[in-house]
Design a protein around this ligand. Structure first.
Ligand code: KIV
Length: 271
């Protein structure tokens, strides 16, 4: 009888080895136990408990309102659903901007109260001291550059970043700064594909893209977007692999009709 071998847990070392071997890393967001279990069993390498939970779960227009307590609540639920994937929890707006100490304390709370594998922080040079201190504390950190949604008000919108040479140069320098600060991976969001490709080829840690082209070390998308659950948000970098909004709507309409007509429950569905 053939036994299925339990799959080895993805760790920061797995990420390092995948980069060395040129194996692409797949990452999706999740915010709850049920979805995390499905994504993990389907084989994604990493699950990001993104602060995009503010938008897709809580209905806020930006990621700014979500709190550290709420991120911990979502992170702990996701971790309970995962056996193999590496779980990364976003540090939300207001949990690290005030000081290095605030950042370290927030990262420690996330690790202690969720049992996640790593945290993610937005920002380049300005976040470097905080990232260094968090990694010194033994906490793996993913950096995040380009369109960093916590800075939407400073950017004046969600447009493409680093299209001008000065911002592209700054972003490239920021990627090197994050590498030196100790990040084990970097997310690059909504930047020109050639810039992302040159960063991925020049730095030794995995670069995970979202709207950053194909020539990077992995891809991340918001789970709800690629599953087609929203009728509001469809940027060009999202490939929709399912239309769950339609599937769920059909199922709910059928249930509603059956309840009203008395077709549900049947005699087989009662005690
Ligand atoms: O919060 C999030 O979902 C993210 C991804 C878009 C990278 O940061």
């Amino acid at each position: 009888m053939s036994e299925t071998k339990p799959q080895a847990k993805v760790t920061v070392n797995t990420f390092r080895q995948m980069k060395q071997k040129g194996e692409k890393i797949s990452m999706l967001t999740a915010y709850d136990y049920t979805m995390a279990r499905i994504l993990d069993q389907a084989g994604v390498d990493a699950i990001l408990v993104g602060d995009s939970a503010a938008n897709v779960i809580h209905g806020w227009p930006t990621t700014l309102p979500i709190t550290l307590d709420q991120m911990i609540f979502h992170g702990a639920a996701v971790v309970r659903g995962v056996n193999r994937a590496l779980v990364v929890v976003d540090m939300p707006f207001g949990s690290y901007q005030a000081s290095v100490e605030q950042g370290v304390n927030s990262a420690v709370r996330i690790m202690k109260e969720t049992l996640a594998d790593a945290v993610k922080i937005e920002g380049g040079a300005r976040a470097a001291d905080t990232i260094k201190r968090i990694t010194d504390a033994g906490i793996p950190v993913v950096g995040h550059l380009g369109l960093t949604p916590q800075s939407v008000n400073a950017f004046g919108g969600y447009g493409l970043r680093a299209k001008e040479p000065a911002e592209a140069e700054q972003l490239y320098a920021d990627a090197l700064t994050l590498l030196k600060a100790g990040c084990f991976a970097i997310v690059l969001e909504k930047i020109p594909a050639d810039l992302a490709a040159s960063i991925a080829s020049d730095i030794q840690i995995p670069v995970i893209g979202i709207g950053a082209g194909a020539d990077v070390d992995g891809q991340v998308l918001v789970g709800q977007d690629m599953l087609g659950m929203s009728d509001m948000f469809r940027p060009k970098f999202v490939r929709q692999y399912a239309n769950l909004r339609q599937t769920i709507t059909h199922a709910v309409k059928a249930y509603n009709d059956d309840v009203k007509s008395g077709a549900f429950p049947s005699s087989d569905e009662q005690y």
